[in-house]
Design a protein around this ligand. Structure first.
Ligand code: AMP
Ligand code: ZN
Length: 468
């Protein structure tokens, strides 16, 4: 079955055919780095990581190029730095680092290129100059604006009419604009804000031009897939198309536009005032990164997803079952099972792919011979690989040691300290038994059980796991 993807541009599911199968290219809008990323931001990161893995499987690792930018110049950044009393550069560096720790904990592969907006100012200025020269942009009072009327295709992604666009964009109706729908490519910066010299004076870029310039630099004028959350369709992606296609003499920009649905928390739109705002870091304090990833992929990427503690528990419980079944089995090397591949080929149907992993789990649990067990365990591991799941050592999962201790939150540090404490309890219990103090040994075992830690005595000594 060929890979099919839902394309926002045509509003249809289409068979995916890359421009050049030796160079499959994908751009995804990355974070604006002013604060910890929230669990909604994790959704595109995880969803497009699965697509990246799938493309690498289909076309070969050397033939896929994934670019995800970092927006490190933005008014929200300026405002946050001011509120924190922090240097802007320190804030963006610190936040980008935290974002990387989060994506690593969520078991995402790194993109091939992660361009930063502030390192592409010259390319943005060059693109703006081309837009002015071709009559698609104009300078007014130290601003440069894109002229929406000069682009007959404007609105083709969001399928909106002009009034809806003006209302949706909530653009400032500044007196220097020729048309209320025109948007900023460049704006002046006062001395106390980041700014760069340009033909229009010291200033900084608008948000949309950043992605047009960075995608052009790293993927060329036309490429295959452009992704991001649903909220970016308008105005951000509509404006990226307008800028890029007008700067490239009408050459088509991205061919397939993919958008993930929104994530809510406990049934409500996530917001600080609702009290249901959750950073990725908060979630990693509640559960291992693999469980958060699993919970995210339990929903189809285009559907809304309700992030609840029940969903997270279900993911932890599911992974417990998988890793318990894989425990102590030397998995035979296996190709990715067709049933898992087919599910993902159908517009990244991750809930179906997970259902197929459960089928493989059933096979593994009912297998009678060592050879059969090794075979099903191998298929399960290989099927998990495309989803970025089930790649850990079973014991590591069952003990909850899942993240690099150098890059984690206090809550996870506590978990690791707890692990040392458990090891110490096991040693004390052994010592008690050796001196025939069975009452003390039993007390230690019960004490651990009350904390959800189960001890198992085996030929190689005592191991432990969390109660499932
Ligand atoms: P931002 O840093 O706000 O530009 O967002 C980064 C990415 O996260 C974009 O692709 C957004 O569409 C996406 N995003 C933001 N909030 C949510 C949410 N609640 N659910 C799903 N995706 C989101
Ligand atoms: Zn973008």
């Amino acid at each position: 079955m060929p890979l099919s993807l839902h394309n926002t541009l045509t509003r249809k599911k289409e068979v995916f055919a890359p421009i050049d199968a030796k160079k499959v290219r994908m751009y995804v809008c990355g974070p604006t780095v002013y604060d910890f990323a929230h669990i909604g931001n994790a959704r595109p990161v995880i969803v497009f990581d699965v697509l990246y893995r799938l493309l690498r499987h289909v076309y070969g690792e050397a033939h896929v190029r994934y670019v995800r930018n970092i927006t490190d110049v933005d008014d929200k950044i300026n405002a946050a730095a001011k509120a924190n009393g922090e240097n802007i550069r320190d804030l963006t560096e610190r936040t980008a680092k935290e974002f990387h720790a989060d994506t690593k904990a969520l078991l995402c592969l790194e993109p091939d290129v992660e361009p930063r907006a502030t390192e592409h100012i010259a390319e943005m200025i060059a693109m703006i100059e081309r837009l002015i020269a071709s009559g698609h942009a104009y300078e007014a009072e130290k601003h440069v604006l894109f002229s929406v009327q000069a682009d007959k295709d404007y609105g083709k992604l969001s399928h909106r009419n002009r009034d809806e666009m003006i209302a949706g964009a909530r653009v400032e109706v500044a007196p220097y604009k020729r048309d209320a729908a025109d948007f900023v490519l460049w704006k002046p910066s006062p001395d106390d804000l980041p700014g760069w010299d340009s033909p229009w004076g010291r200033g900084r870029p608008g948000w949309h031009i950043e992605c047009s310039a960075m995608s052009e630099k790293h993927l060329g004028p036309s490429f295959d897939i452009h992704g991001g959350g649903l909220d970016l369709i308008f105005p951000h992606h509509e404006n990226e198309i307008a800028q890029s296609e007008c700067a490239h003499g009408g050459a088509p920009f991205a061919r397939y536009w993919l958008h993930n649905g929104f994530l809510m928390v406990e049934g409500a739109k996530m917001s600080k005032s609702e009290g249901n705002f959750r950073t990725i870091r908060d979630v990693l304090g509640e559960a291992p990164g693999e469980a958060a990833r699993f919970a995210m992929l339990m929903g189809h990427y285009r559907d809304p997803l309700d992030w609840t503690s029940e969903r997270l528990m279900q993911a932890i419980y599911g992974l417990d079952r998988f890793y318990m079944a894989l425990r102590g089995i030397d998995a035979a090397p296996a190709a990715i099972p067709v049933r898992v591949l087919e599910a993902l080929d159908d517009d990244l149907n991750t809930p179906l792919a997970i259902a197929r992993l459960y089928e493989l789990l059933g096979e593994l649990n009912t297998a009678n011979t060592t050879a059969d067990k090794a075979r099903w365990a191998g298929e399960l591991r290989a099927g998990g690989l495309l989803l970025g799941l089930l790649q850990q050592d079973s014991e590591a999962w069952l003990q909850g040691e899942t993240i690099d201790p150098n890059e984690i939150s206090d809550a996870v540090v506590k978990r690791l300290e707890e692990r040392d404490w458990i090891d110490e309890q096991i040693r004390l219990r052994l010592a008690a038994r050796q001196t025939k103090n069975f009452a003390e040994a039993d007390r230690i075992r019960t004490d651990l059980a009350l904390k959800g830690i189960i001890l198992e005595d085996g030929p190689k000594g005592t191991t432990w796991r969390r109660a499932g």
